[in-house]
Design a protein around this ligand. Structure first.
Ligand SMILES: [Fe+2]
Length: 234
């Protein structure tokens, strides 16, 4: 059987460190032994494909999933999903989840003393188009406390999962907002050593997607791993 072209492994420092003691729960789950290199096989270089039929139009507008509008500042979050070679990642599943405007998740383990919003569930999904573009309408999430250390607060963020066409491309990450004063103090944000890679986690305010008299736009482009070699057909 011909060797399979795998996906490139991330450049040093561009992904969060497995062990980052300032982020307490990384201590328990980080591998304690050196990693073993495993070449990618068919099960890593393939993945599910998604069809437009699975998409509920309400799923990408988190402000329209309930009878009334949620409280908070409406925003538009959009961007492109590309691979490292600059090719658009088409028809791929992009999922988001987030706290409401008061900084509270609709989850039984979130006991933060902030109100739930009956008109906000905080999760959505969409597929990228033929150009790799995606777009969500949502509410700006609030900052929230966590018990990592004394007086610990997470900067406002939206969780993202991008499936990509192969399991080895799947990316789970967080998007932050420009100018957030909590960013320099956040152990999760700082767990990525490379400064440029860290800055790529911060969305940009975007006039192009900002809608007059309606909502501010934020742009967040996402780059997934590229192939180790260009896959050849035939
Ligand atoms: Fe979160």
């Amino acid at each position: 059987m011909a060797p399979i072209a795998g996906y490139r492994r991330p450049f040093l420092g561009t992904q969060p460190n497995y062990l980052w003691p300032a982020y307490r729960s990384s201590v328990k789950r980080a591998p304690s032994k050196p990693l073993v290199y495993l070449p990618h096989t068919l099960s890593e270089v393939t993945g599910p494909s998604f069809e437009n039929e699975i998409v509920d139009v309400k799923a990408c507008d988190l402000t329209k999933q309930h009878p009334a509008a949620p409280l908070g500042e409406r925003i538009i979050v959009s961007g492109r999903v590309l691979d490292e070679d600059g090719r658009p990642v088409r028809n791929t599943l992009v999922e988001i989840w987030q706290a409401n405007a008061a900084g509270r998740y609709l989850h039984k383990r979130d006991q933060h003393d902030a109100p739930l919003d009956p008109n906000f569930s905080g999760n959505g999904y969409t597929l990228t188009d033929s150009d790799g573009r995606y777009r969500f309408v949502t509410i700006k999430p609030g900052e929230y406390p966590w018990r990592n250390h004394v007086n610990a607060w997470r900067p406002a963020h939206i969780h993202f999962s991008i499936f990509g066409p192969a399991f080895a491309m799947r990316l789970v990450t967080q998007m932050y907002f420009p100018g957030d004063p909590l960013l320099p103090f956040d152990p999760i944000f700082n767990a990525t050593a490379d400064e440029l890679a860290r800055k790529r986690l911060i969305s940009a305010f975007d006039w192009e997607s900002t809608k007059s008299e309606w909502a501010l736009g934020y742009r967040f482009d996402i780059i997934l791993s590229g192939r180790e070699a260009t896959p050849m057909e035939g």
